[in-house]
Write a new protein. Structure first.
Length: 452
């Protein structure tokens, strides 16, 4: 495997974790939705777009990983990177227009609050969402119409950035820089006004809408604006490094969704210059409270998520090679089914461990979930161990007694073995709740089946 492939796999794996994290965080943000909070309704519309972006990014990064690993086998699906990458780009363009409208609305709120109050319908979220979506849908027209894209891109390219032509790249970078420039200008105006209001003691509060807009602008600056500017001076080839720009944006979305969750979960409050410093100290204390145990749980579980998703994908590819006449390895294909189920469950197990470690107080009522999903994984692992044992016995018979094995091969028929293995796996709940009298009492800080 070349350095190019390795870098694409590593970077895309970070993207997968960030995208899954962002998707779940936006679902949690929707749990806090209240209809009477019209001042941040546009942000909730944006959360829907963020969920769709991160959901698509998950498949985008996974396709980049698998294409990098199996370039020859997947070359016939090479154009898939264009379709899913363009869909992600469309949603990102939609999101940028929504961010711009948020910035304009915040400027109006601090510089002309009476005018905004009387004409608040101008910033109704659904027309803005429709306009933003329309703008996003112009990208396919530009790519295939004006830029006359013909799907001619290098075989080793596994990212949208190296797959599109120079015409579309220029258009994309130009409109992003223009929109981001306006967003930063409006955000600076908002910050200046708030600073002057604080100096004049005109206000003792920093509204949630202003706080979210400032957080949003800071994240966009770091994850969107700086990478575009950096590419003008340093060459980051997507063909060599992989989808680095998309990963940076996805990491930015993950951080932003986490900060938004913290901001919205707290009571609307409280901030001038003194209270802004107070908010900084509270945030710092919160970070300190995430102790070494939580950090290690998050890091280890993140590795687990990537490994589980990779294993699920690999077992799907293994099934593509299945041929009925290959009876000698049929038991292995049955094992691949079990491996797929194990890795699929492990994905949710590790994700829950990550979120429980980060939001222990919020998710404590669901603490017992770690038992149920962990026990299901353990059942399948026990099933797998019996299948491995039968494989070993079968190989010993094939090597030491090949004639006997050939005449009595039905003894090792995979489906009875699978039934016996599954029965053995199902004994674990009986042992846990029956013989061991388990009462679901375990430490609040426990985020793994082993300590539960």
């Amino acid at each position: 495997m070349s350095i190019m492939n390795i870098s694409t796999v590593v970077i895309s794996s970070i993207g997968v974790v960030s995208a899954v994290f962002t998707s779940v965080m936006n679902i949690l943000l929707f749990r806090n939705y209240k209809k009477e909070k019209d001042d941040i309704l546009i942000f909730y519309c944006r959360f829907a777009v963020d969920f769709l972006v991160s959901f698509l990014y998950t498949f985008y990064f996974l396709s980049a990983i698998f294409y990098s690993l199996f370039t020859e086998d997947l070359f016939e699906y090479h154009s898939f990177i264009i379709y899913i990458g363009l869909s992600c780009s469309n949603l990102k363009a939609t999101r940028s227009i929504m961010n711009l409208s948020n910035s304009i609305e915040r400027v109006m709120a601090v510089y002309a609050p009476i005018f905004l109050h009387k004409r608040h319908h101008i910033f109704s979220p659904f027309p803005i969402l429709a306009i933003a979506a329309s703008f996003g849908l112009t990208e396919p027209i530009v790519l295939f119409g004006f830029c006359r894209y013909d799907f001619d891109f290098p075989k080793t390219c596994a990212a949208f950035g190296c797959a599109v032509n120079e015409c579309f790249s220029t258009y994309w970078n130009t409109h992003k820089l223009i929109i981001l420039g306006f967003i930063f200008s409006f955000t600076i105006l908002v910050c200046l006004k708030l600073f002057m209001m604080n100096r004049a003691k005109e206000s003792r509060q920093l509204s949630r809408a202003n706080r979210l807009a400032i957080i949003d602008a800071a994240i966009i600056f770091c994850s969107d604006f700086l990478p575009i500017v950096a590419r003008k001076y340093v060459v980051f080839s997507s063909q060599i490094v992989g989808p680095n720009g998309a990963v940076l944006q996805c990491v930015g979305l993950a951080i932003e969704s986490f900060l938004f969750y913290r901001a919205i979960s707290r009571k609307s409050s409280v901030q001038t210059s003194d209270s802004t410093i107070q908010m900084f100290h509270k945030t710092r204390k919160f970070v300190i409270r995430i102790n070494i145990m939580n950090i290690s749980a998050v890091v280890v579980s993140s590795i687990g998520v990537v490994s589980a998703v990779f294993t699920s994908g690999m077992n799907i590819f293994l099934f593509r090679n299945y041929k009925k006449e290959k009876d000698d390895i049929l038991i292995f294909y049955c094992r691949f089914v079990v491996d797929f189920l194990v890795s699929f469950l492990y994905t949710f197990y590790f994700l829950f461990a990550i979120f429980y470690s980060l939001f222990t107080e919020n998710l404590f009522e669901y603490h017992s979930f770690i038992i149920y999903i962990g026990l299901s994984c353990s059942n399948l692992k026990a099933t797998r161990s019996i299948m491995n044992l039968s494989n070993s016995l079968e190989r010993v018979m094939a090597v030491y007694a090949p004639i006997f094995f050939h005449n009595h091969k039905h003894i090792f028929s995979p489906f009875p073995i699978l039934a016996i293995a599954a029965s053995f796996g199902l004994t674990e709940p009986i042992v846990l709740f029956g013989f061991c009298n388990y009462d679901s009492i375990f430490p609040k800080t426990c985020a793994g089946f082993g300590c539960a």
